[in-house]
Write a protein that binds this ligand. Structure first.
Ligand code: NAP
Length: 326
């Protein structure tokens, strides 16, 4: 039975990946931080097959202990301070967890190593936010980085140090440059889920308006369930490499809002939406669109859920949750 160790198990991708690896017959270990993590009970209920392991990306000894006790074949480093807006307010924390946390995890992988004939394979969750003020359209594995937030800067360090450990120490280390991916498990702080949840609440008469920042930004949005398959595929190749994972389509913030309201049967969406400067980023990333050709050709990866189906899935989920709460 192959063994996988996942950091960020309580996050959106950690949950999808745990589900996927379990379906593939893996024994799944999930790193949980804190002495009384409020998400642990829900995780135990929904994913009884995941074995929780204590640890924190700020603490190298805890990572070493976690890998020594679990002896994984594959390590997926998904843990991060992942919310761009928060990274502007807590830049040092973001650099420490999202950036230096990768170095600590790589160091733990290097030191624990795994079996001589089966060294640990490492996946790093890199991000399209590294492209920031984009240098070319669409963005590929060769597009130069120009991050526009402390989060983006920390991810560039995580990406580069992953490549460096591969080249310096021969680690099987891959970096997946994933464009935005969403789904019903997305945290409520992220714009897609904020929109679909507010639309559901407005539809049910529980909320009057949706307050947002800039709506002109454009993103390449996919479904998280599709994207975790690409992470796994990267670790099944003969040689480690880096891959862009994206849909190759871009949609504006306004399109997201309009589609979500339409899905709930509300046509005059402008009536409910207000823009507020406080939700504008200090430096915006205007246009992200990825070229997934390498992932498609080398990994055989394909996305299955398109943008309208993704919005539909998220609105339906929030309508179900909010109706049950009424
Ligand atoms: P998420 O839902 O925000 O989950 C983040 C996870 O990181 C949570 O499990 C969180 O644990 C954990 N974490 C935070 N601080 C930690 C620490 N000090 N030590 C250990 N774990 C810690 O993020 P996601 O959407 O699943 O994304 C997974 C990864 O992919 C992240 O690295 C993210 O930056 C990256 N990424 C995401 C996207 C996207 O569109 N979703 C795109 C590109 C890259 P708690 O719940 O206990 O706080």
């Amino acid at each position: 039975m192959p063994r996988a160790f996942i950091t960020g198990i309580t996050g959106q991708d950690g949950q999808h990946l745990a589900e996927f690896l379990h379906s593939k017959g893996y024994e799944v270990f999930g790193m949980v931080k804190g002495q009384n993590n409020p998400k642990l009970t829900a995780m135990r209920d929904e994913f009884p097959y995941v074995e929780p392991v204590p640890g924190d990306l700020a603490d190298l000894p805890s990572l070493l202990k976690a890998l020594e006790s679990t002896q994984p074949d594959e390590v997926y480093n998904l843990g991060a301070i992942s919310f761009v807006a928060l990274s502007f307010n807590q830049a040092e924390l973001t650099a420490n967890i999202t950036g230096l946390g990768v170095l600590r995890m790589l160091e733990a992988v290097r030191m624990v190593g795994g079996a001589t004939n089966n060294p640990i394979r490492f996946y790093q969750a890199s991000s399209s936010e590294m492209f920031g003020k984009v240098r070319e359209i669409p963005q590929t594995e060769r597009t130069p980085f120009h991050p526009r937030s402390p989060y983006g800067c920390a991810k560039v360090f995580g990406h580069d140090i992953t490549v460096n450990y591969r080249e310096s120490y021969g680690l099987y280390a891959c970096s997946g440059i994933l464009f935005n991916h969403e789904g019903p498990r997305r945290g409520l702080e992220f714009v897609t889920r904020k929109v679909t949840n507010a639309v559901a609440r407005i539809k049910l008469g529980l909320q009057d308006e949706l307050v947002l920042g800039n709506l002109d930004f454009k993103r390449d949005w996919g479904y998280a369930g599709d994207y975790v398959k690409a992470m796994w595929l990267m670790l099944q190749q003969d040689e480690p490499d880096d891959y862009v994972v994206a849909t190759g389509e871009t949609h504006s913030g306004e399109e997201l809002v309009r589609l979500a309201f339409e899905e709930a049967g509300i046509e005059d969406w402008q009536r409910y939406v207000r823009q507020d400067q406080k939700f504008f980023r200090p430096a915006e990333v205007d246009l992200l669109i990825g070229d997934p050709t390498k992932a498609q050709e080398k990994l055989g990866w394909q996305r299955e859920v398109d943008f309208p189906s993704l919005v539909k899935m998220m609105v339906a989920n929030d309508l179900r949750i909010e109706s049950a709460r009424r």
